[in-house]
Design a protein around this ligand. Structure first.
Ligand SMILES: *[C@@H]1O[C@H](CO)[C@@H](O)[C@H](O)[C@H]1NC(C)=O
Ligand SMILES: *[C@@H]1O[C@H](CO)[C@@H](O)[C@H](O)[C@H]1NC(C)=O
Ligand SMILES: *[C@@H]1O[C@H](CO)[C@@H](O)[C@H](O)[C@H]1NC(C)=O
Ligand SMILES: *[C@@H]1O[C@H](CO)[C@@H](O)[C@H](O)[C@H]1NC(C)=O
Ligand SMILES: *[C@@H]1O[C@H](CO)[C@@H](O)[C@H](O)[C@H]1NC(C)=O
Length: 547
């Protein structure tokens, strides 16, 4: 209903503006008047930008990109407040403000599709979640990813998830935005929907004089959680959702950070040298299991490596050879096993896979302190000095997390009947060597959805692509040989628009080492099996179930 009223306002404004404004510049500028003054939605900028006029670089070494053709660049805000439905809504007297941004290709370059871009999708945060102070807590517009997809002809919209990055705090266990329940709900559940109804239903529709033919969503990590939330809470909004490295069970994801911190504190702590050493040993044991020697484990579930092989012996020369102490072996085993509920033995969140160890340094305190402590202090226990590392018990303390934090931030419904019913398609990608989000989580969650909806029904609209050697939202720096660009959105578009089911696999390309290697990503539980001569060419692989 919100969408209808916002669109109606927009249509009115454009009608008043008149249809004689064929000129591109004036039409872009007229978007300044799409929303009336005094309302919750305001457009602050609407300007034509010529090709090359926007140039964005990410904070890592990724090359800067530019808009390859002229665009209309629109920026604005939405005031919002908590609503009666359990979700936030636009509200002129709301104290919270969401900032949004839209890039609209000039008419000739527009492919007729809208793409909503979620949080943490770009390389900016891939390797430095703790350093940038945002990542999982969002608060920035991922305009780097927006620009990337703009250049393929999409009208793209993004937002800051409903709060500014400065409200994320300073990694001291306190996140100011979490004191406002509207901002907490907007963050993962509602900000993309709020943005889409303005950026797509009003702005994009007004600019091209008709709504986009199809709408897609892409996000990774927190953005992956936003994707699952869209299918659950806003099933009508998108034709296709691509949710990568999904943090959709956020309340338990941060409990996995806590588990790993407790288990490695203090004698189990492993230095980077030791973590790299464990991954090397796992690769020595399991790389070749799939018949392809490439320093990548194709399917870690098939790997039978035992970390105890690396334990120091009385004869070990600790100075000359790396080895693990007994507490370190025990700690590593706990990270592989994942967190358990002491009440019933249920898995709270899965553990990590062979090949991911090299990225575990942050699991030993940093990730929990940055992303977990505020959630437990501000959402679950209402105690600003709560010391979870010391005091959280896996018997009595899970209830508060599930009752108070989970309903605000998780998107874990196993019944996506409405999204399926409207014809939506959903693809998840997950790196096997992801050291932040356990690779097994999306595997388990898919099984849970199949158990509720039936495997046949789920097969009609969901696919999971596991990425051998893949990290969190792209590259794991220890695997520069692994192609890091997954052409999954293209496959999703073909599935939605042409009913081409992506069961033959999807291209991945552009490894950071610049070698030009390509690979075939396969829909789980299928794996890429080498059938041709060139193991570095995706055309040499077929997707098949391997027993
Ligand atoms: C990119 O996003 C930031 C906010 O996260 C915004 O301030 C900035 O204007 C954006 N840059 C461009 C070129 O759109
Ligand atoms: C163990 O946990 C305490 C409390 O959070 C922290 O101050 C300390 O740095 C941790 N030690 C290690 C080795 O991680
Ligand atoms: C290891 O190095 C330390 C300090 O350099 C030395 O005291 C010790 O004897 C060395 N141990 C062995 C087994 O070489
Ligand atoms: C799933 O949700 C639909 C409504 O969206 C409902 O009709 C159906 O009974 C639910 N299925 C299960 C197993 O809960
Ligand atoms: C759909 O199929 C038609 C005909 O083969 C093709 O021209 C078009 O490019 C396809 N569309 C997409 C999105 O792949």
């Amino acid at each position: 209903m919100r969408a209808a009223s916002i669109s109606a306002l927009a249509a009115l404004a454009i009608a008043v503006e008149g249809s004689s404004n064929a000129h591109h510049d004036r039409h872009c500028g007229s978007l300044l008047r799409v929303f009336p003054p005094g309302g919750p939605v305001q457009v602050h900028t609407a300007r034509s930008v010529s090709a090359g006029g926007l140039s964005l670089s990410s904070e890592d070494s990724t090359e800067p990109i530019q808009n390859e053709f002229a665009i209309c660049h629109v920026q604005g805000t939405i005031k919002y407040a908590d609503g009666p439905s359990g979700h936030v809504q636009p509200d002129p007297s709301g104290s919270a403000t969401l900032t949004w941004e839209v890039f609209l290709p000039e008419h000739a370059e527009y492919n007729g599709r809208y793409l909503g871009v979620g949080e943490h999708s770009s390389p900016i945060d891939r390797q430095s979640t703790d350093q940038t102070g945002n990542g999982g807590y969002a608060g920035v517009i991922d305009n780097y990813t927006m620009l990337t997809y703009l250049n393929s002809g999409y009208a793209v919209g993004g937002c800051d998830s409903g709060h500014h990055v400065r409200e994320n705090g300073n990694e001291d266990g306190y996140a100011p935005f979490m004191d406002d329940v509207a901002k907490v709900k907007a963050w993962i559940h509602d900000s993309i929907a709020l943005t889409t109804r303005v950026a797509r239903d009003a702005v994009t529709t007004a600019y091209y004089s008709h709504p986009p033919a199809y709408s897609y969503y892409y996000g990774c990590s927190t953005g992956g959680g936003q994707g699952y939330s869209l299918a659950e809470f806003y099933p009508d909004l998108f034709d296709g959702i691509y949710a990568s490295g999904p943090g959709n069970y956020y309340s338990h994801l941060i409990l996995s950070f806590l588990w790993n911190t407790q288990k490695t504190n203090t004698t189990g702590f492993m230095t980077q040298d030791l973590l790299t050493f464990i991954t090397e040993a796992a690769l020595d044991n399991c790389d070749a299991l799939d018949g392809v020697k490439d320093r990548v484990i194709e399917n870690p579930f098939n790997c039978l490596f035992d970390v105890q092989e690396l334990e120091c012996t009385p004869e070990s020369d600790h100075n000359a050879t790396l080895c693990l102490t007994t507490p370190q072996v025990a700690a590593a085993r706990q990270i592989y096993s994942g967190a358990f509920d002491a009440r019933n033995g249920f898995q709270v969140y899965p553990g990590f896979e062979f090949g991911s160890e090299v990225g575990w340094l942050e699991q030993q305190g940093t990730l929990f302190n940055t992303y977990g402590a505020p959630i437990l202090r501000q959402l679950a226990f209402d105690d600003p000095s709560y010391d979870a590392v010391r005091n959280f018990h896996w018997r009595d303390d899970l209830h508060a997390v599930d009752a108070l934090a989970s309903p605000l931030i998780d998107g874990i419904s196993t019944n996506l009947t409405e999204f399926h019913g409207r014809g939506g398609k959903f693809i998840t990608a997950q790196g096997w060597a992801d050291p932040i989000n356990a690779a097994k989580w999306p595997v388990n969650h898919l099984q849970d959805i199949q158990a509720v909806m039936g495997e046949g029904v789920v097969n009609e609209f969901m696919r999971l692509f596991m990425v051998p050697g893949g990290g969190h939202c792209g590259t794991n720096p220890a695997y520069p040989q692994v192609p890091a660009t997954y052409h999954i959105l293209d496959a999703l578009v073909e599935w939605v628009e042409n009913e081409t089911v992506p069961d033959d696999g999807v291209l991945s390309s552009e490894p950071p080492d610049g070698s030009g290697t390509t690979r075939r990503l396969c829909p789980w539980p299928k794996q890429a099996v080498l059938v041709g001569d060139d193991q570095n060419d995706w055309g040499s692989y077929e997707c098949a179930e391997v027993s």
